[in-house]
Ligand binder design. Structure first.
Ligand SMILES: Nc1nc2c(ncn2[C@@H]2O[C@H](COP(=O)(O)OP(=O)(O)O)[C@@H](O)[C@H]2O)c(=O)[nH]1
Ligand SMILES: [Mg+2]
Length: 308
């Protein structure tokens, strides 16, 4: 058990080579995968919420370290939902297991070790897997961490087991250096000044979608998609953005708009603050609400929205 707690020296620091690789962040919904990616990148590039299934796409965050570059891939949670969108999300999550150099499997410190899940997800996996036990801040008895490590270690030959709190940015730096130690020699895959492979327009749409997830209830978040329809950089540096919030039913329109437009205003204000922080400039944000019946079941719509 104690070898899981050792400090490992990353390969690229042992010799003078450049290390690079792709690392998928996988796990059940809501365990903190997106929070962890933001914590690693040091900026909010992916959205998070206390509702499961917030993340819908595969999003890469690029992290540069001295002598190396690690591309972390955030994924939707692995689950078994029934709608077409759910299936598409599950496929995205599962396909992220192949074609990468290492898997970071994230679990919650408060949950029990889960043999069925490990078997389902890791049965055929040959690449190194690092288990990340997240949300250790929620454990009242810190000694429990050792028991959790032992329980999970009994289920699979994890290369390392690292307890962290992504929400408090605790242990994340150590986790990254541990992961870096398992990556192969190779050149940088992205320029060293970009944080993600996703276009700004996409991230902006996601920031708006996050506010809908956080501020509305019931089925509304899951019925929402956001499309940035125009993104214009003015000469004074201000960026004018116009975006459509798409929902599936007329009845949801009232919830998004709110009485006297209050909800839409709140969504706009909070999203604008995030976008301004990310793009580091002043933003004008204009939001519309559009009803597109059953978009989450329509293949052509899903494609248009980038989900399939
Ligand atoms: N207490 C605590 N909450 C966390 C931590 N990391 C994430 N969360 C919360 O867990 C919820 C799900 O996080 P998210 O990153 O969206 O999970 P994902 O579905 O796995 O991507 C959010 O409410 C986060 O704020 C942590 O280290 N400690
Ligand atoms: Mg997520």
């Amino acid at each position: 058990m104690s070898n899981y707690l050792k400090e490992s020296v990353p390969t690229h620091l042992k010799n003078n080579t450049f290390t690079s690789g792709f690392v998928s962040i996988i796990g059940r919904p809501n365990v903190g995968k997106s929070t962890l990616l933001n914590s690693i990148i040091g900026e909010k590039i992916v959205i998070t919420s206390d509702k499961p299934q917030t993340t819908r796409n595969r999003i890469q965050g690029i992290h540069n370290i001295p002598g190396g570059q690690i591309v972390f891939i955030d994924t939707p949670g692995i689950h078994t939902g029934r709608s077409r969108l759910n299936k598409s999300m599950d496929e995205v999550a599962r396909s992220s297991i192949s074609g990468v150099d290492l898997l970071m499997l994230v679990v919650e410190a408060t949950g029990a070790a889960d043999p069925a899940f490990i078997h389902d997800v890791l049965a055929k996996v040959k690449i190194p897997v690092v288990l990340v036990i997240n949300k250790v801040d929620l454990l009242t008895d810190k000694a429990l961490v050792l028991k959790k490590i032992a329980d999970w270690a009994a289920l699979f030959p994890f290369k390392e087991i690292v307890p962290i709190s992504a929400g408090r940015n605790d242990g994340v730096e150590h986790l990254v250096s541990v992961v870096g130690g398992y990556l192969p020699e190779g050149p940088a895959m992205f320029p060293d000044d970009i944080l993600t492979d996703m276009p700004e327009k996409f991230i902006v749409a996601e920031m708006i979608r996050e506010k809908v997830f956080r501020l509305t209830r019931d089925e509304v978040p899951y019925s929402t998609a956001v499309v940035v329809e125009s993104f214009i950089e003015r000469e004074n540096g201000v960026i004018a953005i116009s975006a459509a919030i798409m929902i599936e039913r007329d009845t949801q329109k009232g919830i998004i708009i709110g009485s006297k437009g209050e909800m839409l205003k709140k969504i706009g204000t909070q999203a604008r603050q995030d976008i301004e922080r990310l793009l580091d400039t002043k933003i004008y944000l204009e939001l519309f609400v559009k009803v597109v019946e059953n978009w989450s079941e329509r293949p052509s719509k899903l494609k248009e929205l980038g989900y399939e």
